[in-house]
Design a protein around this ligand. Structure first.
Ligand code: GLN
Length: 454
């Protein structure tokens, strides 16, 4: 009830929830109370959780914050959310996001932008919460839920977490089932939690993760007790610092924060080593070929026949065209155009195949660092703090907007676990995050190191 009344009060301004499931929340909470009374409490009993609108929730609004999915209520539940409910968590509602998870500012949502609960000390200007999981991050930061589900294809968990002083972890590709999550770029998409602290993230990820026969890319490895990793010493751990992440134009404050993180870990007994990830400079270009290519294929299913919106036309082809013209926003259309272009005969080898090859090289950079004994890699999470809503330079130049993902996309390309931990405030009082990158399926080391940083 406390969370529901807080949502009632604050959501008008923050716009984090696009649907509040109050009746369902009360019903689930009552079932929790009963289990507790019977001494049968489950690990997340009664914990109120918000769900990114990308997760299919049975009989509940699921639109990936797109107009084209108007009115869609899936007849099934995603595996990740089913895992949470099986563990006793309570659903508060569906959270705002960039349309189909395409964006870095949560401004491409059909439901309007999310407002970051944080403000700069010297300005009243509304700031973005980051994206695409902007609703998840803002809801957690404003205490409109205890934790939220999110997804990350190129940074959409880690960047909003960094902009809102929350913790976000994108686990290893294959750790969480993608079944029932609206697909953006299937070889990159992963679910993970956004929470207020590292312990909550450890608890929530444990519940979300599972092998699942319904997702052939989910991996059958035991899910460890991540919470047990907290408080373990980082003494002797080798932390890699990649020189290629010292990008031109990075604000001095971010560079300084990175140095602080290095010092904290060294003081805690970790060994700091310089490493090189030489293909980092191709990561953004490669990502913005691979992700749109997969998106253009995944989004072909929204044709006015199967789901949501239908805008009539004189024949079926015109109906498709009218539906897709009206149903998709500008950024989604841009991605579909880029994707179909790089996959088209004549350009396929030059762009798509080449990007796949570079993707392998990016992954190999990480493999070599880990083979040389590095346990985790420390970088800034983002090249800036949260920026203003409707920033004209970013909106007139999509490539500038894509630069937000410069530190995060490599992790998805290599399928590795990555985490953003709040590490301090800049001189205007805005949160900044540090990113930890780990070996495949070694989220435990990230939790262990993150707990020292937070
Ligand atoms: N900002 C990136 C994009 O727009 C990443 C999005 C994501 O991780 N879902 O593609």
């Amino acid at each position: 009830e406390a969370y529901l009344s807080e949502i009632e009060k604050a959501n008008g301004k923050i716009n984090a929830y696009v649907a509040v499931t109050a009746d369902k929340a009360r019903e689930m909470a009552r079932a929790s109370d009963e289990r507790i009374a019977q001494g049968e409490a489950r690990p997340l009993e009664g914990v109120p959780v918000g769900v990114k609108d990308l997760f299919a929730t049975e009989g509940v609004h699921t639109q990936a914050c797109s107009h084209i999915l108007d009115g869609f209520k899936p007849p099934y539940e995603s595996t990740v959310t089913a895992n949470l409910w099986n563990d006793g968590a309570v659903m508060l509602g569906k959270l705002n996001m960039d349309e189909f998870a395409m964006g870095s500012s949560n401004e491409t949502s059909y439901y309007g932008p999310v407002i970051n609960p944080w403000r700069a000390d010297d300005s009243d200007r509304d700031l973005v919460p980051g994206g695409s999981s902007g609703g998840s991050a803002a809801a957690v930061a404003a205490q409109l839920c205890a934790g939220a589900t999110a997804t990350d294809t190129g940074g959409s968990i880690r960047q909003p977490a960094a902009f809102t002083a929350t913790v976000g972890i994108k686990p290893t590709y294959g750790r969480c089932s993608r079944w029932g999550i609206v697909a953006f770029a299937s070889s990159l998409d992963q679910a993970g939690p956004i929470t207020r602290d590292v312990r909550d993230a450890a608890i929530m990820l444990k519940s979300m993760a599972s092998v699942d026969l319904k997702d052939t890319t989910s991996v059958d490895v035991p899910v460890p007790d991540y919470e047990a990793a907290l408080g373990q010493s980082v003494k002797g751990l080798k932390i890699g610092i990649p020189k290629e992440y010292r990008v031109d134009g990075m604000p001095a404050e971010i560079e300084a924060l990175w140095q602080k993180g290095i010092d904290w870990l060294r003081d805690a007994g970790a060994e700091i080593v310089d490493i090189s990830l030489p293909h980092t400079k191709y990561a953004l270009a490669t990502y913005y070929i691979v992700a749109p290519a997969e998106a253009s294929s995944n989004l072909a299913r929204y044709d006015g026949v199967r789901y949501g919106l239908r805008v009539p036309g004189k024949d079926i082809i015109e109906m498709y065209e009218n539906t897709r013209a009206a149903g998709f926003g500008r950024e989604v259309k841009r991605r579909i155009l880029i994707g179909t272009y790089v996959l088209s005969a004549g350009y396929y080898d030059a762009y798509y195949v080449k990007a796949q090859k570079v993707r392998t090289l990016i992954k190999r950079d990480f493999d070599l660092a880990f083979e040389a004994g590095v346990d985790a890699i420390l970088t800034p999470a983002t090249p800036s703090a949260a920026f203003g809503i409707a920033d004209e330079t970013l909106h007139n130049d999509p490539v500038k907007m894509y630069l937000n993902d410069i530190f995060t996309v490599t992790v998805n390309m290599a399928g590795l676990p990555g985490m953003s931990v709040p590490a301090g405030l800049d001189s205007k009082g805005l949160p900044l995050g540090l990113q930890l990158i780990g070996r495949p399926f070694d989220e435990e080391t990230l939790f262990r190191v993150a707990h020292v940083i937070e």
